[in-house]
Design a protein around this ligand. Sequence first.
Ligand SMILES: Cc1ncc(COP(=O)(O)O)c(C=O)c1O
Ligand SMILES: [Zn+2]
Length: 422
Amino acid sequence: MAFDAAYRCSECGREYSFAEPIYICPEDGANLDVVFDYQALGQAASPASIGSSTEASIWRYLPLLPVSDPGHFGTALRAVGMTPLLGPPALRQALDLPDLWVKDDGRNPTASFKDRASAVVVRRAEEIQASIVVTASTGNAGAALAGMGAAAGMPTVILAPKTAPRAKVAQLLMFGARVILVDGTYDDAFDLSVQASSTFGWYCRNTGYNPFTAEGKKTGAFEICEQLSLFAGSSSTTTWKAPDVVFVSVGDGNIISGLHKGFVDLHALGWIAKIPRLIGVQARGSSAIYNAFATGSDTIEPVKADTLADSISVDLPRDGLRALRAAHQTGGAYVQVDDEDILAAMRQLGRQAAVFAEPAGATAQAGLLQALEAGLVTPDEQIVVIVTGSGLKDVDAAMQATGEAQVIEPNLDALSEVVEHS
Ligand SMILES: Cc1ncc(COP(=O)(O)O)c(C=O)c1O
Ligand SMILES: [Zn+2]
């Protein structure tokens, strides 16, 4: 970072220095945006300078991030991001969408989009000389923090609901985090982690609370624009290419807010000509932000969350207002999908794109199908679906989508029998 940055409250607009030890606006409790001096930033970096970077990770965007060089070469912390942007022919053909792209963020070091946030937060924790970082998590944010903590040698404490899928809990334990499972919901874990942070002096990474998470997540927007520009064969040294529409699953609303911030940053710098429409997709059983969008409300009423997509099962979204704005300000929308649609989208991504998604990861794809039906997108548009997490994190849900495999006696008769009847 070659310039000064500050916090600005996303509701009242008050500004605060980075030196202040705050997470949310002390006046009204709203989320804080990180604001940059875009002029200074434009002088420090360009699409050409970033394009010539040999860093195949989010750290190629370091000039646009509010932290200093993290070091830790050769670790997982430097392997976050630069995930594949796929253009799967079978999926494009099945949906008659010739310019459809799938960003597979399950290919991050701990297998979810959350690595982007956790890598930046761990760097920030080092800068302020935090001794321990804590987070509440439905599983992925915790796995990402635990993994990035392990990479950087930063101790971490994770509070997750005891119902979190086993593979996610295994990840937390494997990375050596202090893992505490809460006999309650994610929202209970969230409140407890905020109390723990202030009581024990731990640095808190919570999604939709720590302003640096959205800053890490904005790298997803940067990559989409840089990759699309590369694929289009662009030789411009001053611009990248933004898609028409981006679909993303939404729980707390911090990924969509972070992506929005990323596109806004690039647009303010003049590096992209337009900001894509952002379409947030929620599970019907956890749709507080969708409800506000659908009723034209500018307040978010909590729900009693119940969906198989555990990563987006949230009663009260902690970044709801910015997430709502991300759709409103870009001409986007919110849609909600049933758990059955999510299971179908998991199968479709597996079979037609070779992408193994966890339920919350496939939720964006389910939203695309619904948006197509509702006429929110058209076949000529350039569309990006972000798959936010890997299916390996929740094998039970994957088997729910596919059904069990057949078991036979080990002889040819038995095999012939099933082959003939399939
Ligand atoms: C795989 C996956 N997708 C989507 C989300 C939703 O992100 P957010 O809560 O920031 O809306 C999460 C959050 O945990 C996640 O883990
Ligand atoms: Zn405020």
